[in-house]
Design a protein around this ligand. Structure first.
Ligand code: KIV
Ligand code: ZN
Length: 514
């Protein structure tokens, strides 16, 4: 009888991080990995160990510190990549090396200048090498959906014979159609003699908006691992979205008869955590996790819902972790209630992190009548997730003068490498003045690509959340800051981005992009 469990392989920290501007630091990656483990994913692709010291460190720390899922590193079919992946995973309890090579004629001929025979030989050799390090080895045939099927069968059979335990079939450029992709998986099952010795996985990109449909067609035809990301982030138009795959399998189990090990109530906290950390917002009408996914506007629908939820609701919002009440806490809430709410939102804080967040929460609760989930998320992202990222710059003081009859000016005091430095200057407006002074003190050569400000919740006492994107050379980073004063929030966001650029410079060994 065929196994009916679909493994969920999350690649938010690897392919997801390839979304423009989505790079995360090690602490942020660990926070995401812990949340993925809490949600019950089977495999976490933690990074691409060879690509940079930062990625190596993230894979190593996640492998050692995050319990539950198998932790995986990506590696090209090259000895140095495989050995770096093995080095990063060493000593961890449950690990996998995921190695890949292109198999399509288009890639082999135009990009890699390899013959099929050379690609096959290299793949076999590298899968053997990976098996010399770990027992769990995944092989991906990059651009599989545009590969000549008979060569794909040959490749898959050879890597399974060499020890691959999972064979992944990527639709790398999002070109496949569901029927076609389903037939490809069936073709693999029918033509690869040793296919029963490995799990078939799929990895679909969303260039034509078909990543989820293609993944689904694949599982219907026998794939038992789906590679996906939270909120569907990833290279170009992204990857198949984890929340959609999981909720399709759960909601339509009547027809599909398949299941996953995901605790679906952790889906929404995971989505919020990833969008908060990466700055990639979720579109309001996004299935499962968008703001409007459970909002019923039409009178006829509301009438039906009041009579019976099943009239217009195929999933309960609570089943994906969205609570119907949004108001959470105020100034009388204690530390225990705060910690519990944090945990419900996907943040497991203790020690100094919890102290700092609670202190900020109390200050905010004094200023605002009501503190919402979004406020708490902003506090955690603003304050706590960067605790262990060594910040070069810190805001000590900021005073602004501006108004209808005054030229905007700013006085800023920053801590730079532990020393207080003060300066002042002017600008077109208060934010411009503050940014000019910060740029003068830090001597930054970066360019401001984007600045946006949002009220986190309603009301004039709401916190302002500022997001900036900075570019220096080929590095683009995101900075975030929140405060009830939007000029302070703006300064914090700018300083956060400058710290990230500094952090990035330290991690500058050539970054490989796929
Ligand atoms: O899209 C792709 O083909 C990939 C592989 C490395 C699995 O991301
Ligand atoms: Zn990919």
């Amino acid at each position: 009888m065929m196994d009916n469990r679909v493994r969920i392989f999350d690649t938010t920290l690897r392919d997801g991080e390839q979304s423009p501007g989505a790079s995360m630091n090690v602490e942020e990656k660990i926070a995401v990995a812990r949340q993925l483990a809490k949600m019950g994913v089977d495999v976490i692709e933690a990074g691409f160990a060879f690509s940079s010291p930062g990625d190596f460190d993230s894979v190593r720390r996640i492998a050692l510190e995050v319990e539950g899922p198998v932790i995986c590193s990506l590696a090209r079919c090259k000895a140095e990549d495989i050995d770096a992946a093995a080095g990063a995973l060493k000593g961890a309890p449950r690990t996998r090396i995921h190695t890949f090579i292109s198999t399509s004629e288009i890639h082999l001929k135009h990009q890699f200048k390899l013959t099929r025979a050379e690609a096959l030989e290299r793949a076999v050799e590298m899968v053997r090498r990976a098996r010399g390090h770990v027992v769990d080895v995944e092989f991906s045939a990059m651009d599989a959906s545009r590969t000549e099927p008979v060569f794909l069968y040959e490749m898959i059979e050879a890597v399974i014979a060499a020890g691959a335990t999972t064979v992944n079939i990527p639709d790398t450029v999002g070109y496949a159609l569901p029927d076609q992709f389903g037939a490809l998986i069936k073709g693999i099952k029918d033509n690869v003699k040793n296919i029963d010795k490995a799990i078939i996985s799929v990895h679909c990109h969303n260039d034509l908006g078909l990543a989820v449909a293609n993944s689904l067609a694949a599982v219907v035809n026998g794939a038992r691992q789906v590679e996906c990301t939270i909120n569907g982030i990833g290279e170009r138009a992204g990857n198949a979205s984890l929340e959609e795959i999981v909720m399709i399998l759960k909601t339509r189990k009547d027809v599909l008869g398949l299941e996953t090990s995901i605790n679906t109530e952790q889906i929404y906290p995971s989505s919020r955590l990833v969008s908060g950390i990466t700055g990639i917002m979720v579109q309001p009408n996004k299935a499962i996790v968008g703001d409007n996914a459970f909002a019923h506007e039409s009178g006829i629908h509301q009438d039906g819902l009041l009579k019976d939820k099943s009239t217009y609701e195929i999933m309960k919002p609570e089943s994906v972790g969205i609570s119907r009440s949004t108001l959470v806490m105020g100034k009388h809430s204690g530390r225990h209630a705060f910690k519990t709410r944090l945990s419900e939102l996907g943040y497991e804080l203790a020690g100094e992190g919890l102290d700092k967040a609670f202190e900020r929460f109390k200050k905010l609760a004094d200023k605002k009548k009501e503190v919402f989930d979004e406020d708490i998320e902003a506090i955690v992202q603003d304050e706590v997730l960067r605790l262990e990222m060594p910040d070069r710059y810190r805001l000590l003081k900021l005073n602004i003068t501006s108004g209808t009859d005054t030229a905007p000016s700013a006085e800023v005091e920053l801590e730079v490498d532990g020393k207080a430095v003060k300066d002042s200057g002017t600008g077109d407006g208060p934010v411009d003045a503050a940014y000019n002074v910060i740029a003068k003190i830090t001597g930054t050569k970066s360019r401001l690509l984007k600045y946006s400000v949002n009220a986190i919740t309603g009301g004039t006492d709401a916190q302002g959340e500022v997001m900036v994107r900075l570019q220096e050379g080929d590095s683009i980073v995101l900075g975030q800051g929140s405060h009830t004063d939007i000029i302070v929030a703006s300064a914090k966001a700018y300083i956060n981005a400058l710290n990230r650029l500094e952090y990035r410079k330290k991690d500058r060994r050539e970054s490989l992009s796929l």
